[in-house]
Design a protein around this ligand. Structure first.
Ligand code: BMA
Length: 384
C-alpha cells in the first residue's frame, strides 16, 4: 500500500471517530452499580404489583414439556393459551461442576439461548440453583445416611479451607454464566437470581437445622461479595423461604442491602381433588403468608413474589381459578411461578399441556384481569 493511501485511511478513521463521538454504552450502569435495565425491571415489578396484577411464571417452560424436549420455540403453556409465561425460570444446578447440562439435563448453552429468547419477547427470567454439596460431593438435598457429615457443610464452607474455596469457585461459575448473558448489542439480560431457597425447612444443606441464622446470612454475604468481585451487574436477588410464620421469615433475612424481592415457596400437598381440607388449608396458609410478605415488602421497599408453587400432576380440574387465584386473591405480588413439566418423570408436572384436564380452567385463569402473560407486559426494562 502506498504511503499516501495509508495516510488517507488514518485521516478517514479520525474523521469517522470524531463524527460518531465516543461510543455510548448500550445499557449504562445505574448508581447502584447494576445496569439501568436491571434497576428498571425491579422498579416496574414493585409498581406493577401495586397496579396491574401479577405475572404468571413457569419453570423450564421453553426447555421441555410433556412429550417433548429441546424443541425450538415450544412451550406447553403457549400451546394451550397462545401466549408465553411472563416469567420463565431456569436452574443452574451442576454449572458448579463444569458440566455442560444442568441437573435436569438442560444444556447450559441452550438455556442461555432460551434466556435471550425470553428477554427478546420482553419477558422476565428467574434463576434458581440446586447446587451440589461442596463438602461431600452429594446433591443439594440432605441424604439421610450422610446426614451427620452433610450437617457440617455450612461450617466448613464459611471458614477458610478447601470447602470454602470450592464454594467460592461454585459461586464464581454462576457469576460467569450471568456475565455471559450479553446480547450482541451489549445488553446484559437482567435476571432474578434466587439461591439458598426454602432454608426454613431442612432438606437442603443450607437448611435451618444445619446452620445458625448468622451463618445463613454469611452465605448470602459471601454470594454477593463474589458477584461484586466478578462484576455481575444484571442480577436482582430473591429471598424465598418455604411456608413459615413472620418471625421465622425474618429470622434469617439477609438484609435490605442484599435482597430485592421477598418471595415464598409453598406447594399444595392435597391428596387429590377430593381432599378439600388440604386444598383449603393451602389457600388459607399461602394467602396468610403472602399477605405478611406483601406488607414486609412494602415496609422494606422490595417487590413481593410467589416464587414457587403448584399442585403436582394438577389433579384438580379448576385448580387455577378456584385454588391458585384464590390463594393470591388481590395481594400485590409481582409474579407467581409454578414448577416444571418434567418430560422424563411421569406425573411430575405443574402447568397444563394440550389434552390436560385443567386446560379450560387455565384459559379462564389466563383471562382473569389480574393475570399477566408476555402479551400483557411491555417496557419492563425500559420504562422507569
Ligand atoms: C425438584 C424436582 C426435581 C428437580 C429439581 C431441580 O423440585 O423437580 O426433579 O431435579 O427440582 O429442578
Amino acid at each position: 500500500m502506498k504511503i499516501f493511501s495509508k495516510l488517507a485511511l488514518v485521516a478517514l478513521a479520525i474523521v469517522t471517530l470524531t463524527a460518531c463521538g465516543p461510543k455510548k454504552a448500550a445499557d449504562p450502569l445505574a448508581e447502584t452499580g447494576r445496569t439501568q435495565r436491571t434497576e428498571n425491571l425491579l422498579a416496574n415489578m414493585k409498581h406493577q404489583a401495586d397496579s396491574a396484577g401479577y405475572m404468571y411464571g413457569h419453570q423450564d417452560d421453553t426447555a421441555y414439556g410433556i412429550g417433548w424436549c429441546g424443541d425450538s420455540c415450544r412451550s406447553d403453556v403457549q400451546s394451550v393459551c397462545n401466549d408465553f409465561p411472563a416469567v420463565i425460570g431456569f436452574d443452574l444446578g451442576h454449572i458448579e461442576l463444569g458440566d455442560s447440562c444442568n441437573l435436569d439435563g438442560v444444556p447450559f448453552d441452550h438455556m442461555r439461548q432460551l434466556i435471550f429468547d425470553q428477554y427478546n419477547r420482553n419477558g422476565v427470567v428467574t434463576i434458581s440453583w440446586h447446587l451440589d454439596n461442596p463438602l461431600t460431593g452429594g446433591t443439594a438435598w440432605i441424604n439421610d445416611s450422610l446426614k451427620a457429615k452433610e450437617a457440617q457443610t455450612m461450617k466448613e464452607a464459611l471458614k477458610p479451607g478447601a470447602t470454602h474455596d470450592k464454594l467460592v469457585a461454585y459461586i464464581d461459575s454462576v457469576a460467569k454464566f450471568l456475565n455471559s448473558l450479553e446480547t450482541p448489542y451489549g445488553v446484559k439480560v437482567p435476571v432474578i437470581f434466587r439461591p439458598w431457597h426454602e432454608h426454613t425447612g431442612s432438606w437442603f444443606w443450607w437448611g435451618k437445622d444445619y446452620c445458625t441464622p448468622k451463618e445463613y446470612i454469611q452465605l448470602w454475604q459471601m454470594t454477593v461479595d463474589r458477584f461484586k468481585e466478578n462484576k455481575v451487574t444484571n442480577a436482582l436477588l430473591a429471598y424465598s423461604p418455604g411456608g413459615c410464620d413472620e418471625e421465622e421469615y425474618m429470622e434469617r433475612y439477609p438484609g435490605d442491602d442484599i435482597i430485592d424481592i421477598m418471595g415464598l415457596d409453598n406447594y399444595c400437598y392435597a391428596k387429590g381433588a377430593g381432599d378439600t381440607e388440604n386444598i383449603n388449608r393451602y389457600i388459607e396458609e399461602a394467602n396468610l403468608q403472602l399477605s405478611f410478605i406483601c406488607s414486609l415488602a412494602k415496609k422494606h421497599g422490595k417487590a413481593a413474589a410467589f416464587t414457587e408453587t403448584g399442585f403436582e400432576g394438577i389433579p384438580q380440574e379448576k385448580w387455577w381459578t378456584e385454588t391458585l387465584a384464590q390463594a393470591i386473591g388481590d395481594l400485590p405480588i409481582a409474579y407467581v411461578l409454578t414448577w416444571r413439566n418434567a418430560h422424563d418423570k411421569v406425573g411430575h408436572f405443574y402447568a397444563p399441556y394440550p389434552g390436560n384436564m385443567s386446560v379450560e380452567d387455565f384459559v379462564a385463569f389466563y383471562n382473569l384481569p389480574r393475570t399477566l402473560f408476555v402479551h400483557d407486559i411491555n417496557g419492563l426494562y425500559l420504562k422507569k
